[in-house]
Design a protein around this ligand. Structure first.
Ligand code: ACO
Length: 430
């Protein structure tokens, strides 16, 4: 009989045992849920450096090996053999769809691509030059005003509808943000097109001429969606889970995830990376910027480098580098200035002691900006594309949380370091 492993903690001479839980892959965890009650102490772990915030059966990352699995399947195989909608189905259902399930799911998504006409009025409330991430935070949050009454999220069918709606409508909402920003007329979705092609059509088509789909470019965009679809308990996913833990409306929870994703330390890195490449401008200046990135007194960081979990390589960045090369070849842009600059920067940084010692490697955002720019997507829209894809993961994680029998509202504790208890002085003495 296997003996249950325990961790023993000694505080002021008293010992306390805590069970050690084993996952399918990855680090074991010490179950400290009873720690506060047993010992009167909490743990302190700013930035969740050593804390598992939940148990999950969706995504697994091995940062040392540079491995990313969605429901057990390696990201390389999913990117090669599946499309994004199959991946979205997988994340939610934990199994890939069979042929019938795939056809049914894709058909349902196609039928939900339109947004309520009233929702399009929201765009007029924004400045034309508003950042599109600010716009989609607002508009996606506003979906909760359209789909709230009568929704019972303990009902699986209601959760089904919610998942289908958001996956289907996000491309429309994001394309509308772009069209509003540029002043181009809104394009209604075309339900005869696949998911990525329809997004390209709504972004770049015009009513006055036929829009020709380039299947190579659509497929590249679809792979980008797959690479970004989920990434276990990252900052934005944890934000969605925390917001959802109060039983908030899931569309509002996704809006909170979009807000978190926007930051340059997270999804905003692809935009920041492209801006950085533009600023560097030429291979001859790479050394100067590498020097700045290493300078402790300079806040400059090499955008698109480094990751909390991956300490070997980010498997998504390898795939993204390949997608980038394919797209540039298709468009005859092999000699693209920024691509060459990125290659040179990557090579120099990978050989530099500072980056080698700190295990800083290109992350998924390093090449995603270049490939998106080549597809015609403007820089400010890059993180919106990321949000579109990540919505599949956010909703799968939200559902996993609210259907978990152990689920509780998220409520971290703190180590209070403010003023000790004191009395408010009388007004004359202040
Ligand atoms: N350039 C230069 N130095 C860096 C970089 C970088 N890109 N990233 C980390 N470092 C240094 C830090 O200064 C720190 O140095 P120190 O130990 O001397 O203080 C050390 O490496 C460890 O870095 P942390 O910031 O502590 O690592 P953490 O895991 O907290 O942060 C993060 C990871 C936020 C991704 C960080 O590497 C970063 O800011 N990178 C640039 C932004 C970026 O590309 N973000 C996208 C992440 S992927 C995604 O969200 C899809």
């Amino acid at each position: 009989m296997s003996e249950e492993r325990k961790a023993t903690l000694t505080i002021d001479g008293k010992t306390f045992d805590f069970p050690i839980l084993k996952g399918v892959h990855g680090n074991d965890v010490i179950d400290i849920r009873t720690l506060g009650a047993k010992t009167g102490c909490f743990t302190y772990d700013a930035g969740f450096m050593s804390t598992a915030s939940c148990q999950s059966s969706i995504t697994f990352i091995d940062g040392e090996k540079g491995e990313l699995l969605y429901c057990g399947y390696p990201i390389e195989q999913l990117a090669d053999k599946c499309n994004f909608l199959e991946v979205a189905y997988l994340l939610r259902n934990r199994e890939l769809p069979n042929a019938d399930q795939k056809a049914k799911f894709e058909g349902t998504i196609r039928k939900h691509t339109l947004v309520h006409d009233q929702l399009t009025r929201f765009y007029n409330g924004f400045r034309r030059d508003a950042h599109p991430m600010a716009v989609i935070v607002g508009v996606v949050g506003a979906l909760s005003a359209f789909y709230h009454h009568g929704m019972d999220y303990s009902n699986v069918e209601h959760r089904d509808i919610c998942f289908q709606r958001i996956i289907a409508k996000l491309p429309t909402i994001i394309a509308l943000a772009y069209r509003y920003n540029t002043g181009l007329p809104f394009m209604y979705p075309r339900n005869d097109l696949d998911y990525a092609s329809n997004f390209m059509y709504m972004m770049f088509g015009v009513p006055s001429e036929e829009y020709k789909i380039n299947p190579i470019l659509s497929r590249a965009l679809d792979i980008i969606f797959t690479l970004h679809a989920d990434h276990e308990q990252n900052a934005s996913t944890s934000t969605v889970r925390l917001a959802g833990s109060s039983e908030a409306n899931p569309f509002a929870c996704v809006a909170s995830g979009i807000s978190c994703l926007w930051g340059p330390a997270h999804g905003g890195a692809n935009e920041a990376c492209l801006n950085m490449l533009e600023e560097i401008g030429d291979v001859s200046r790479v050394g100067e910027y590498i020097k700045r990135a290493k300078d402790k007194n300079d806040s400059f960081k090499l955008m698109g480098f480094g990751h909390r979990i991956y300490k070997n390589f980010d498997p998504r960045s390898k795939l993204m580098g390949k997608v980038c090369a394919d797209v540039l070849a298709e468009l005859g842009l092999e000699n693209n200035r920024l691509f060459k600059l990125a290659k040179a920067l990557e090579k120099i940084a990978l050989e530099d002691d500072y980056f080698v010692e700190k295990k800083l490697y290109p992350n998924v955002d390093f090449y995603s900006g270049i490939v998106q720019k080549a597809l015609g997507i403007p820089t400010t829209m890059f993180t919106c594309v990321f949000a579109l894809a990540r919505t599949a993961g956010w909703l799968a994680q939200w559902e996993e949380m609210i259907t978990d029998p152990d689920y509780k509202i998220g409520r971290p504790r703190q180590l209070y370091i403010g003023a000790a208890r004191r009395n408010v002085p009388d007004i004359g003495k202040r």
